[in-house]
Design a protein around this ligand. Structure first.
Ligand code: AP5
Ligand code: MG
Length: 200
């Protein structure tokens, strides 16, 4: 199974992908996670990546495509999380036979609340939310916030999403592979809708 999951910043792409990967034995390819991992190395490339991510801008398309293609090399079952993020990127992977594109539809006011309470576990790489998906108490101290989850950067990420990524939804709709999912409600309810759409 080859899937793509799209949606605005904080719509739950990572949360849903983690569960899909587990249930359907898919390789989870979050280009954002791979970029953050590289950025942490503090190399010349890492610094270049940070200069885009920290402002909420997309990294150069070729860089994103190289990372994504390398990650799926020889893999038959995977989910692309947050990739492709522009029609140009989508066109560059048109040779990949995608089974379904899940679009998580969530209003902006909801995702802003989700992003402002997000916590990440640097050990397991799991995502939690202070209110909506509370972490176990014993790991609370080690949890971190993402650098780009500040009001100013969130605003820029939304701007980029509307300009660059929204057209990708139409692109896949025209190809007949888009599955629009209501992304409102608690994580379990959203996941149940996604699972049903994927198994149909
Ligand atoms: P990326 O890491 O992909 O960030 P994003 O698209 O902004 O999305 P997020 O990861 O913030 O949110 P999410 O949808 O995964 O939500 P999550 O599950 O965490 O990209 C970051 C940056 O990398 C980009 O800005 C860009 O610079 C660069 N980049 C990445 N891909 C690129 C590409 N292809 N080309 C160029 N540049 C690229 O959930 C959010 C919170 O809500 C969590 O706390 C979670 O617990 C909670 N939550 C989840 N579901 C629910 C629910 N149903 N109800 C309540 N809370 C929920
Ligand atoms: Mg994510």
């Amino acid at each position: 199974m080859k899937l793509i999951i799209l949606g605005p910043p904080g719509s739950g792409k990572g949360t849903v992908s983690e569960r899909l990967a587990k249930d359907f034995h898919l390789f989870h390819v979050s280009v954002g996670d791979l970029l953050r991992k590289e950025a942490k190395k503090n190399t010349a490339l890492g610094k270049k990546i940070s200069s885009y991510i920290d402002k909420g801008d997309l990294v150069p398309h070729q860089m994103a495509i190289d990372i994504a293609k390398k990650a799926i090399d020889k893999k038959q079952n995977f989910i692309f999380d947050g990739f492709p993020r522009s029609v140009d990127q989508a066109k560059l992977i048109q040779d990949v036979d995608i089974d379904a594109v899940i679009y998580l539809d969530v209003p902006e006011k909801d995702v802003v609340k989700r992003l402002s309470g997000r916590l990440l576990d640097p050990v397991t790489r799991k995502t939690y939310h202070l209110q909506y998906l509370p972490p176990p108490k014993n790991i609370m101290k080690r949890l971190i916030q993402r650098k780009d989850d500040t009001p100013k950067v969130i605003k820029e990420r939304f701007k980029v999403y509307h300009q660059e990524t929204e057209p990708v939804i139409k692109y896949y709709q025209k190809k007949g592979v888009l599955k629009k999912i209501d992304g409102r409600g608690d994580p379990a309810a959203v996941y149940a809708r996604v699972k049903k759409a994927v198994t149909l």
